[in-house]
Design a protein around this ligand. Structure first.
Ligand SMILES: Nc1nc2c(ncn2[C@@H]2O[C@H](COP(=O)(O)OP(=O)(O)O)[C@@H](O)[C@H]2O)c(=O)[nH]1
Ligand SMILES: [Mg+2]
Length: 322
């Protein structure tokens, strides 16, 4: 791969399994909205068949460790797996025990696994845009499972979880933080709830509480759409409960494929990607004009600037309704 490659050439190389080219493609998405638009126009009409799995929960709940186990599970079955880690507090390779780190490194060098940590700062294209576009790229490149790790806080996490086919909420024994999370609303969105660290002595008590909350409908409850959220116990560190988790994830995929939800999520994702990209390009263009000495000023209270933003919002709302 040489620096002078066109976007199409980089994409082509990435689709032949060139990981460096794929890495470069993702960097383009993060750093240049204009070039990202070229990537988007190349991939938009391609159909992939990926299953997007969102894994969310407070920092330290064991998401990365659990993901490492899921990677092994899927890898053993010959699947291609991509991981997008949007987590400022514990990047996939840090915070883990030595064994986990070694396992993660093994994953990273496997031809069927691609792991990307997305920095939460300095992403010029915006974090939500980067996240959804990366999902779209992995989908196009034939990845079977695209796992997104996030802490479930803020607009990006909401955007990303909105486009995930299956959402797994990870909690741990000891209720303090979990109650906070419940109140913050992230506990309502799960299709599957995982009580990780079930090797800890307080696990049974927490499990009983979560089971009760699920029955009451406090954890999403019996879904109006026909899916009752599952509650599972895992110990990511001991490798326990992973098969059951993978089974539940598979069951949920079958459920959304049987209903319309699978395609609806893909449409939501593409809509969001286009909407965010349009915003970025539009603003970049405005900035260009301003730099060229045009009379446009980009102060927040500038009426032209505000009018543009309002127009974009209006159009995207209308598109969403269609
Ligand atoms: N006891 C116990 N510790 C775990 C388990 N899973 C993860 N951990 C530990 O919890 C810490 C945070 O794990 P990590 O996967 O980085 O959590 P994340 O921030 O949610 O991604 C690490 O020290 C892990 O080794 C588990 O099942 N049991
Ligand atoms: Mg993590």
């Amino acid at each position: 791969m040489s620096k002078g490659d066109s976007i199409k050439e980089v994409l082509d190389k990435a689709s032949k399994g060139d990981k460096a080219a794929l890495g470069r493609l993702l960097t383009i998405i993060e750093t240049s909205p204009k070039k990202a638009s070229m990537v988007v126009s190349e991939i938009l009409h391609e159909e992939g068949g990926a299953h997007v799995i969102g894994i969310t929960g407070i920092p330290g709940s064991g998401k990365s460790t659990l993901i490492s186990r899921l990677i092994s599970h899927y890898k053993d079955r010959g699947l291609k797996i991509a991981v997008i880690a949007i987590d400022p507090t514990s990047p996939l390779s840090q915070g883990a025990l030595l064994g986990d780190r070694i396992r993660m490194q093994e994953h990273a060098t496997s031809p069927n696994v691609f792991i990307r940590s997305v920095p939460t700062r300095g992403v010029k294209g915006g974090l939500s845009f980067s996240g959804v576009t990366m999902i779209e790229v992995f989908d196009k490149l034939g990845y079977d499972k695209i796992i997104v790790e996030s802490i479930g806080v803020g607009q990006t996490d909401i955007d990303i979880m909105n486009v995930a086919h299956t959402i797994v909420v990870v909690t741990t024994p000891g209720l303090g933080d979990d109650i906070q999370a419940l109140k913050a609303g992230i506990m309502e969105i799960g299709d599957i709830y995982v009580l990780n660290k079930s090797d800890k002595p307080e696990a049974n008590k927490t499990y009983a509480y979560l089971d009760f909350a699920l029955d009451l409908g406090e954890l999403g409850g019996v879904d109006k759409r026909g899916w009752r959220p599952r509650l599972l116990k895992t110990s990511a560190i001991m490798g326990e409960g992973i098969q059951e988790l993978a089974d539940s994830i598979k069951e949920h995929l079958e459920y959304i494929k049987a209903s319309n939800k699978y395609m609806e999520k893909i449409q939501t994702r593409r809509m969001l990607m286009i909407k965010l990209l349009a915003e970025k390009i539009f603003l970049e263009k405005l900035e260009d004009l301003a730099e060229k000495g045009d009379k446009i000023r980009l102060e927040k209270n500038n009426s032209l600037y505000q009018a543009c933003i309002n127009l974009i919002k209006k159009v995207s709302r209308e598109l969403e309704r269609e």
